[in-house]
Write a protein that binds this ligand. Structure first.
Ligand SMILES: CC(C)[C@H](C(=O)O)[C@@H](O)C(=O)O
Ligand code: SF4
Length: 412
């Protein structure tokens, strides 16, 4: 069995599982956020009045924090009442950060776990060797009630990545390159297992960025065997965990190889995440907004990269640059390191932790024909505002450099 199959077999109390099989699994952790908790509650109330285990549910307000309209404020009240009624203690309602950042940071994510979230980027936790995937509110309601869900065991793709990354080339560029090759519909319902020297050496932040974006190829989950840096990250929580590894003769439907040694920064052009080009092909394109943040690239490592470029520089007068740290923890580290000061002095708008403008709700909605360069994960038409606006996805170095120049620019 491969890595995903091993974890799913354990969760289903079976010796072995194989692709195509429908299994019932125990869920170790369930996550919902301010947007998906109210619809989950609505379905939940039709089937139960008591959650299966309040300690295995984590709720994070991140998409609309603080509430940006009356509906969002009402939604938050619904969740607050539910949390009290059900005795859910793991509740982060005052801008603790993006759910996918908060869960690992607070020590909820460990190797071998089955984590289901009512958000499509729940696949991020594969960086820690967990099986994690997103579901809708009705599936989540059943999990809230029973602690179980059904899964179709996915076929798996093995992606091996070798080579060291050049300066200003990051995990984001690697995953964009992969998506550009496999395409947006190229891995629908597949499990993606990453391996290779590049993954083995990668820091936790980069591993999260890579697993975060597998859903942009339609994948069910992305997963990696924890490396030394990941184990070090997890040890600080002082909890025991078991690391699962694929069998030597594990089976995969397809295998892909990437050598990233000579690769430059990549950009996903409007309006599809798989419309990927090397940055030099889009250099000179005028931008109105630059966004540094999201569950893909809002971590301290990302902010450091951007700050190094912006140090002593100024953001172009035509550009509004918006910086949203992925969590309070990231924010506080950035304050301590003087990074926030660098952003403010350069002319950026620094907002409170959360999803920020990523999905067009607030904090930088794009007007007609405006162009944004963003470190987030989706550039769908109209996602950040007006349907005539355009989004280019890139790494934090490209976003920072472009913000200074007023046009898409390579930091190299
Ligand atoms: C609002 C939420 C359900 C959505 C998701 O599931 O991904 C959002 O986080 C996004 O990135 O589009
Ligand atoms: S940061 Fe963006 S992609 Fe991530 S959960 Fe929030 S809205 Fe979704």
């Amino acid at each position: 069995m491969n890595l995903t199959e091993k974890i799913l077999a354990k969760a289903a109390n079976k010796k072995e599982v194989s692709p195509g099989e429908i299994i019932k699994v125990n869920v170790d952790l369930a996550m919902t956020h301010d947007g998906t908790t109210p619809p989950t509650i609505k379905s939940f109330k039709k089937i139960s009045n008591k959650v299966w285990d309040p300690d295995r549910i984590v709720i994070v307000y991140d998409h609309n924090v603080p509430p940006n309209n009356i509906g969002a404020a009402e939604f938050q009240k619904v969740t607050q009442n539910f949390v009290k009624e059900q005795g859910i203690k793991n509740f982060y309602n005052h801008g603790e950060g993006i759910c996918h950042q908060v869960l690992p940071e607070k020590g909820f994510v460990f190797p071998g776990m089955v984590i289901i979230g009512a958000d499509s980027h729940t696949c991020t936790y594969g960086a820690f060797g967990a099986f994690s995937t997103g579901v809708g509110a009705t599936d989540m309601a059943v999990i809230f009630a029973t602690g179980k869900t059904w899964l179709l065991v996915p076929e798996s793709y093995l992606i091996e990545i070798n080579g060291s990354l050049n300066k200003y080339v990051t995990a984001k560029d690697v995953i964009l390159k992969i998506i550009g090759k496999i395409k947006a519909k190229g891995a629908v319902y597949k499990s993606i297992e990453f391996k290779g020297e590049t993954i083995y050496k990668m820091n936790v932040s980069g591993r999260m960025t890579m697993c975060n974006m597998v859903v942009e190829m339609g994948a069910k989950n992305g997963i990696m065997v924890p490396n030394k840096k990941t184990i070090k990250y997890l040890r600080k929580f002082k909890k025991s965990f078991r690391i699962y590894k694929p069998d030597k003769d594990a089976e995969y439907e397809k295998e892909f190889y990437f050598d990233v040694s000579n690769m430059g920064p990549q950009v996903a052009c409007p309006h599809n995440v798989d419309n990927v080009k090397p940055v030099y092909k889009v250099e000179g394109k005028h931008i109105d907004q630059a966004f540094l943040g999201s569950c893909t690239n809002g971590r301290i490592e990302d902010l450091r990269i951007a700050a190094e470029i912006l140090k002593d520089g100024k953001i172009h007068e035509d550009v509004r640059m918006i910086v949203v740290p992925a969590s309070k923890d990231v924010y506080m580290k950035a304050v301590k390191e003087g990074i926030i000061e660098t952003f403010i002095k350069a002319g950026a708008i620094v907002c409170n932790p959360g999803c920020g403008p990523c999905l067009g709700a607030h904090m930088g909605v794009l007007g007609p024909k405006e162009v944004c360069i963003s470190t987030s994960n989706r550039n769908f038409k109209g996602r950040m505002g007006d349907p005539t606006s355009k989004i280019y996805l890139a790494n934090p170095a490209v976003v920072a450099k472009s913000a200074m120049e007023g046009v898409i620019t390579s930091p190299e």
